[in-house]
Every structure is written in C-alpha cells, then in structure tokens.
Design a protein around this ligand. Structure first.
Ligand code: BG6
Length: 489
C-alpha cells in the first residue's frame, strides 16, 4: 500500500471563508468582511464611507486597498457581504466536525482568525471568547482523533492593521504577528502541527496596478516582512517545543512550457522560480535564492535586508513544505499561437491536452505527480498537499442528494498521482482537500463555486437553510480515508 500508516487524510477550511460570525464573540472585521461578492469576470470590491456619509466601492486585495482621502472601510447598508456569515462554521462546528469524522478524517487543516484572537492588535489584548472558541473546535476534533493543522495567517488580520498601520509594509506587523504566534502556540498546547502563513506568495499577486513601480516594490516588501515574521515564529516553536512541527505554505502557481522551444523551457524555469520557488526556497533553505537578485533587478525593486533579517531567515527553516494544487497553466514566448486561460491568482496559456473546470482551471493530475517529484528532489523534507479540489456548480436534488461524479473523478485522479509519487520515493505527509465543506470562494466571493463533499444550503446572496447534505463524493472520500488510500475505485 502506497500511503504511509500515519498519512494525514483530511480537509481544509479557512476562518474567513467558513466561519462567519464576523462581528460575534468579540471579533473585529478583517478585509474580507468589507468585500462584496464578485464573479469570475468581475472583481470583488471593498466598500467604504466618506466623511459626508456617502458610500463608495473600490478595488482591493486582501492586503491592500485603494481608499480615497478621508474614506474609511465600511459596510453599505442593504448590500450582501458573503464572508459575514460564510457557511456558518462558527455555529455549526460540532455538526461539521462530526461529519468530517464520519468521513474518516485524520486531520483538519484550518486557520485561526487573528481578528478573533487579537481584535484590536496586541495592545488591545487577547479576546478570551475567541480563544475559547478555538479550544472548543480543537476539543471537538480531538474527540474524534482528528489532528488540527493550524495556520496562523490567512487574510484574517484585523482590517485596521491595513488602513491605520499600512499593513505588512509596516515592520511593526512583524512583531504583532510574532506575539500572536507565540501566544497561539503556547495557549493551544493541544495542537501539534502548525503553519505560519497560508499561501505566502499571494503577497506577490496583490498588486492592484502593475504599472505602478511603487505598488510592485511594496508587494515585495510586504512579502519580505511576512517571511521574516514566519521565520521568527518557526524559531520560537523550535526553541520551545521539540515535539511539534511547523511549516509554511506556497500557492501552487505551477506551469509547464507550451512548446519544445528551449526558450519556452527557460521561460518556464524562470516562471517557477519567480512565482513558486522564490518563497519556498527562502523558508525551506533559510535564505533568498540566488536568482532573487535577478528578479529584483527586473522589477526595479530595492530590497533592504538587514543582517538581523538574514539571521532570522537562517534560523527559521520549516520542518515541512505545504502547497496548494488546483491546476497548471503553460508559459510561452509564442504568444501569437496561445489561448489564454484563468487560474487561481493568475492565469496563463491554455493547455490543449487538459480539461478545464466550470471556472476555467485546467485539471492536471499528472502535473501533481511531476511537481511532487520536483519539490521533493529540491528540498528533501516532507511535503503536505494542503489544498486541492474542484470548484463546481452542484445541484441539490429534491430528495436531498447531490450527484458530483466530476468531483470524485478529480480527487481520484489526484490521489492516484500522489500514490504513484509516494511509490517512487516522495515523502508526502498528508492530503487535506480544499473546502471539504462548501464555503465562500476567496477569488470571487461566490458560494455557488462549491468544493465540498458536504453541501451547505445557501446561495450567493445568503438565502437558504444552511442545512448540511452529503454529496456522492462524501461516500467516495470516506472510502478513501478509511482504506488509507487503498481503495480508489
Ligand atoms: C486557494 C486559497 O488559493 O484557492 C483558498 O487558499 C481559495 O482560500 C482556493 O478558496 C480556491 O480559490 P477560489 O477562488 O475558488 O476560492
């Protein structure tokens, strides 16, 4: 059997996309609480209020926002904000975790909402109600033998950090995060597996206007500060808890070359370096890679890296590498022949050999095996596939069933790819499928873009009973988890 005995089968959810309870239990708003829903073709806008009381909408990423002078982030009365209630894990966590246990989960990958634990930042103190909530969640997981794998950061810091402190551009955030991380690791002693940042490379893709050199520079400074903050927390855990493990995660912007032209091969190597390995190399090896200087020069960026930063990176090497994997795209210099296609965070060139999802993401299980080898050859530390799944439109039938053979096929082919890679020597420690229960899409804010094995009865405007239903894929994944990946039929 390919999968090791202690393989972490499970699912992944995030606080801002699943929990809801946006203004309950002492939590302060985060950026997504001010974002309206979008679609695959229309961006999610953030809303604000001017001093004269009028409201407006503006472009935003999860780490920065273009606010007019004098404006404050605010919710517009009558508008629907999908993350406010999300799929209501805050009130349904017992029922949801029981369903995860029924599927045979060994792990639940989830994030702490920073804004629930330190709503007003470190100076404002810990919000005990938020801490209690997560203890209850972990207790519920442990009851069923499910290991929580906890991410400290996923777009969930208090929004005032962004609007009043300049977000991750401000080095004070490093210390705020460090103190938050220290507190969480000490307080939640029941958690063994930690992770600092979810998809840390997202910072590279939060540039609202790419033609503005300052925005490009800022994105890389924000990322640098996150890498430093991550390194400090990793060292803290290593210094104090030898029995625990900590990782960091990179969004899988995986690409292949479009043609056999060596120039396409070289371009693809560069794309992989710049969009994926730049972060992974840094936090796995403990220093920026050699090609970083080439990248900074091309982008016209000046990085101010102190001796202290170098030391922190060196001492903050992770125990395992986490990544997300949804799709692959192609890169080419032969753009005249190429058709463009979408993807998570950024699009690319369409691969004529691959089918695409309803949202235009190319399904590539063979690519998963390929990149598992690439990553493991490069780092030789355990890998964790912590996000993989298919966003699709599901239909709730009158009898309460949901038939999602497309999702079963997607997972089957990707699990087979992992199994083959393990057989060929890759050390993969776990697989937590994305959105194991339906939740709000990060990219579009839609709920109709469903990933779950569990259907939540709510639409894009919050209408519905929030009742949970098992999709056909529920029974499939249950069989996979219970057979430790031995039965994929
Ligand atoms: C990942 C994010 O990159 O992609 C998740 O970490 C997100 O938060 C997932 O939900 C799928 O993207 P989307 O846009 O379909 O929600």
């Amino acid at each position: 059997m390919s999968f090791p005995k202690n393989f972490l089968w499970g699912g992944d959810i995030s606080a801002n996309q699943a929990e809801g309870g946006w203004n309950e239990g002492g939590k302060s708003p985060n950026m997504t609480d001010y974002q309206l829903g979008g679609t695959k073709d229309t961006p999610r806008m953030a809303t604000y209020q001017m001093e004269d009381g009028s409201y407006g909408k503006t472009e935003a990423s999860i780490e920065n926002v273009n606010l007019p002078e004098g404006a404050k982030l605010a919710c517009i009365p009558g508008e629907f904000y999908p993350n406010h209630k999300a799929t209501d894990f805050y009130h349904h966590y017992k029922e949801d975790i029981a369903l995860f246990a029924e599927m045979g989960f060994k792990a639940l990958n989830l994030t702490l909402s920073w804004a629930r634990i330190y709503p007003q930042g470190i100076k404002g103190g810990v919000n005990q109600e938020g801490v209690d909530f997560y203890h209850l969640v972990f207790q519920e997981c442990k009851k069923y033998g499910i290991e929580p794998l906890v991410h400290l950061y996923k777009y969930d810091m208090p929004a005032f950090y962004i609007t009043e402190m300049n977000g991750w551009l401000n080095r004070e955030l490093i210390d705020e995060f460090y103190q938050f991380g220290q507190f969480a690791i000490d307080e939640f002693s029941e958690v063994i597996y930690w992770s600092t940042f979810n998809e840390i490379n997202v910072a590279q893709f939060t540039i609202i206007d790419e033609s503005d050199p300052k925005q490009v520079q800022d994105a890389y400074v924000r990322l640098h500060n996150q890498l430093i903050a991550s390194g400090k927390v990793v060292k803290y855990l290593h210094d104090h808890y030898s029995e625990k493990k900590i990782g960091c995660m990179v969004a899988g912007i995986f690409t292949h070359p479009y043609t056999c032209d060596p120039k396409d091969q070289a371009l693809n190597q560069k794309s992989m370096q710049d969009k994926f390995y730049y972060c992974a190399d840094t936090f796995v090896r403990g220093h920026y890679p050699s090609y970083a200087k080439r990248l900074w020069k091309e982008l016209g960026i000046e990085m101010n890296i102190s001796e202290e930063d170098v030391k922190i990176l060196k001492e903050g090497k992770v125990d395992f590498l986490e990544f997300s994997y949804y799709f692959t795209n192609l890169v080419t210099i032969h753009n005249e022949d190429a058709e463009m296609i979408g993807g998570n965070l950024i699009g690319g060139v369409k691969n004529p050999y691959l089918e695409v999802s309803d949202w235009g993401w190319a399904k590539d299980p063979d690519g998963l095996k390929f990149f598992l080898h690439e990553m493991y050859d490069r780092y030789q530390i355990p890998l964790m596939n912590c996000e993989n799944g298919l966003g699709a439109i599901d239909v709730l039938e009158e009898d309460g069933t949901i038939h999602d053979p497309y999702r079963i096929d997607y997972h089957r082919s990707h699990i087979k790819a992992m199994s083959d890679a393990i057989d060929e020597g890759v050390d993969l420690m776990g697989y937590t499928t994305w959105g194991c229960i339906d939740l709000v899409s990060a990219g579009t804010g839609e709920i109709r873009k469903r990933y779950g094995f569990i259907y939540v009865d709510v639409d894009d405007y919050g209408n519905g009973t929030y009742k949970r239903y098992k999709k056909d894929s529920f029974a499939y994944y249950q069989k996979v988890c219970q057979s430790n990946g031995g039965d994929l039929n």
